[in-house]
Ligand binder design. Sequence first.
Ligand code: ADE
Length: 246
Amino acid sequence: MAATPRIDILTLFPDLVEPFLDGALVGAARRKGLLDIRVTDIRDFSTDRHRSVDDAPYGGGDGMVLKCEPVVAAVEEVAGGDAQVLAMSPRGRPLDQARVVELSGAKQIVLLCGRYAGFDERILQETGAEEVSIGDYVLSGGELAALAVTEAVARLVPGVLGNPESPVRDSFSSPKGSAPARAGILEHPVYTRPPVFRGRAVPEVLLSGNHAEIERYRRAEALRITRDRRPDLLENADLGAESDPE
Ligand code: ADE
């Protein structure tokens, strides 16, 4: 992301997202001027005297549909020419770390939060929004999804995390990161003091001081956990020259 990355969240419930954006990691980054995050209330763009933002679906059916006029007006108000507009929706393409890395290169990200039965299809067509899902489950609105995107992108902005190396160490990171997670597989287990908790001891190797052994152990554990829980990740993993220890 160039200069100070800008993220706009468009929602009917600013009070749901604002406390998160003021707290912990994202709030601290905003106060340091590392992130420019703005929240827009879609209702401010409604044009009728009832401030309505939704209406019944043509053809019948449950729930209310978000209306074109206020949502498109809100997007057009905030989005610059090269903004990436994303509509939060369980129908969208599932978010993954590769997409987060791509998004972290955008000048501006506009996150559109739906509620009710969904967006009038013409909102998506008119704004060029890409639908994004954060998982195969249904939330009552896109706000939590927008915050997930915001935090995932924010932590890739230089200076947001204390340790500049941390992002690449995480599970799912690119092959440029450190072992074992550089391969795009799940993270190995970690431990801290005490050495024994309720009879459960920290694996001996981690106390050995032998860094090559520790690295081998961690890689084997990362592969074991990935194989157990997410074997699909191994298909695209970059396991490098070292062979699988098993
Ligand atoms: N809105 C409701 N459910 C959602 C999901 N799973 N992902 C993104 N936006 C949503």
